[in-house]
Design a protein around this ligand. Structure first.
Ligand code: OSB
Ligand code: MG
Length: 380
């Protein structure tokens, strides 16, 4: 049983080792929202809201999520008796449209509390089966093809099992070709456009077919399944959808319309673990491979992603880079590491998320803090 009494929201600032550029913007310092959930039985759980600094990936930002959690979402769970974490999404979703990342942060924190109450790992509570998960890297847009090829080479030599490069008009075919020539034909290579193209670019994008990508992620509009279906007909490269898959229905639509052949599951984007699991199961029944995407999370969000990626149908390497790829120093102990085979170990024998939040460090990085106790708006 969950009896969440209060939730502490914190915003920390964490500088990336290097700026991360995608087609719609660049980030140098993450503004990360952390949740500390206190159960009446003394159990404390953690989660991270993955909303960005600006609404350039989805409509949400850390500020809209902070507002949504404070005003509408936290009061839905605080002070309630909830049988199981798998009930939380429905409580949060009823008559509240959107705000998936805000919903997910609360829901995923409840899963950590639930796992710790049962003294099992988050991976086990979610139904995960794997002890190690394969890791890919997502490399931001670089100045020129040679610089990108060099970054990709370094990543491959470190052991990454999938190399994803960000693309945009003007930085696409030649950039990807340089990486393919550098790494050779066998390496699992893919590109992510973050919605930078239109269907008018179909002939141009079809030039990627010659480069044998394992997939092309989200080339077209973030909510456009119809044109993705038209594009997929013109490409041999499988399309993978990220931004477009915001719930189970959208995943069903993708399959029905043939808008793509692979799904990147980010639990934040779909409202948390219950929906992630439902999409995972749907895809498994339909022979659609899935993999776990990333949102430049700290070690807290990474823990949640690694646990999810331990489920059986996560058959492709996730964007689950180790802590040192992003930060000079992470906020958890132990930090996330990757072995020479490009595998991250799932802490299946530790309760909950399996890492300890370094409180001194978090306190030092905190720029904003709020205690939600449900009292203010619980009646609303
Ligand atoms: O589209 O997958 C994406 C980061 C921010 C916003 C969108 C995306 C990404 C990534 C980063 O690709 C992956 C990672 O966390 O390493
Ligand atoms: Mg993406």
């Amino acid at each position: 049983m969950l009896h969440i009494e209060r939730i502490t929201l914190r915003e920390i600032r964490l500088p990336l080792k290097e700026p991360f550029r995608i087609s719609s913007g660049v980030v140098s310092e993450r503004r990360i929202c952390l949740l500390e959930l206190h159960d009446a039985d003394g159990t404390v759980g953690w989660s991270e809201c993955v909303a960005g600094e600006l609404p350039n990936y989805s409509a949400e930002t850390i500020d809209t999520a902070w507002h949504a959690m404070t005003e509408w979402l936290a009061p839905r769970v605080i002070g309630k008796t909830i049988e199981h974490p798998d009930r939380v999404f429905a409580l949060l979703d009823h008559n509240i449209r959107g705000h998936n990342m805000a919903k997910a942060a609360i829901e995923m924190g409840c899963w950590d509390v639930g796992a710790r109450q049962r003294s099992v790992s988050l991976s086990r509570l979610l139904g995960g089966t794997r002890d190690r998960v394969a890791t890919g890297i997502s490399i931001g847009i670089q100045q020129n093809p040679a610089a990108l090829a060099q970054r990709a080479r370094a990543a491959f030599d470190q052991g990454y099992r999938k190399i994803k490069v960000k693309i945009q008009p003007g930085a696409d075919i030649e950039f990807v070709r340089a990486v393919r020539e550098e790494l050779g034909a066998a390496v699992h290579l893919m590109a992510d456009a973050n919605s930078a193209y239109t269907l008018a670019d179909a002939d141009h994008l079809a030039r990627l077919d010659a480069l044998n990508l394992i997939m092309l992620e989200q080339p077209l509009g973030r909510d456009d399944l119809v044109r993705h279906a038209a594009l997929q007909q013109r490409l041999t490269t499988p399309i993978c959808l990220d931004e477009s898959i915001t719930d189970v229905d959208r995943a069903e639509d993708m399959i029905a319309l043939k808008s793509g052949r692979i799904i990147n599951i980010k639990p934040g984007r779909v409202g948390g673990f219950s929906v992630s699991k439902a999409i995972h199961d749907l895809c498994q029944r339909n022979a659609i491979p899935v993999w776990c995407g990333g949102m430049l999370e700290s070690g807290v969000g990474r823990a949640h992603n690694v646990a999810l990626a331990s489920l059986a149908n996560f058959t492709l390497p996730g964007d689950l880079s180790p802590s040192s790829r992003y930060w000079a120093k992470d906020i958890v102990t132990p930090e996330w590491t990757m072995d020479a085979d490009g595998m991250v170990h799932v802490p299946r024998d530790r309760p909950g998320i399996g890492v300890t939040v370094n409180m001194d460090r978090v306190d030092g990085l905190t720029v904003r803090k709020s205690e939600l106790n449900g009292a203010a708006r619980a009646a609303a």
